[in-house]
Write a protein that binds this ligand. Structure first.
Ligand SMILES: [Zn+2]
Ligand SMILES: [Zn+2]
Length: 198
């Protein structure tokens, strides 16, 4: 986790993050003590953090922590995308790499006062984003199949709500490229249909 003042909701979601990873990938997951956000990643004009600088930071940390590292934070993160200089995102990963960063900032209300279904939805969105970014780390590009977990969010978190698992093509690719890592028949820890409100 990244940040010195992490919300309780993020801390309590770490079990679900672990379940999400283990449902899809044979990684041994550890949750190290949180690290402060590197100030060199702060983008003052928009008061948020540049995701690629967070990846640089994590790349350096990685050597101490394990083969791969995922940074999860609650602050707003952004990158340059599709001609936008500073575009807010859910996560960013190195393609065919070992680092990724994910933010809960766009997953919806997570505070104690939020309705339960919104908090559940936010947790599920986090889990799906985790699986999505690790897919990039394993070399998968965005997938054109609607509802595939590797679908491009295109700037809207609601894209994740129609996702459940990999499409057959993405799963087949992973089975070919990383047979030792990918779980052959993943059973996601989230329901087929994302919770909606009353
Ligand atoms: Zn992506
Ligand atoms: Zn796919």
């Amino acid at each position: 986790m990244l940040g010195s003042d992490l919300p309780a909701s993020l801390l309590s979601d770490m079990d679900f993050v672990r379940q999400s990873i283990e449902a899809f990938y044979r990684f041994e997951v550890t949750v190290p003590a949180p690290l402060p956000l590197p100030q060199e990643a702060y983008y003052a004009p928009r008061r948020r953090y540049r995701a690629e600088r967070l990846l640089d930071f994590l790349q350096e940390v990685k050597h101490e922590e394990g083969d791969r590292i995922m940074g999860i934070t609650a602050v707003d993160i952004s990158t340059t995308k599709d001609g936008y200089e500073d575009w807010g995102i859910l996560g960013l990963a190195t393609l065919d790499g070992t680092v990724c960063v994910i933010s809960t900032f766009r997953t919806g209300p997570r505070d104690a006062d939020a309705p339960l279904w919104k908090k559940e939805r936010a947790t599920i969105r986090l889990g799906k984003t985790v699986v999505h970014e690790l897919g990039h780390n394993l070399g998968l590009p965005h997938c054109p199949h609607r509802g595939c977990i590797l679908e491009d969010a295109m700037g809207s978190v609601s894209t994740t709500d129609r996702e459940y698992t990999f499409c057959d093509d993405c799963l087949r690719t992973l089975m070919e490229t990383h047979p030792d890592i990918v779980v052959p028949h993943p059973v996601p820890p989230w329901p087929q249909t994302t919770p909606v409100g009353p």
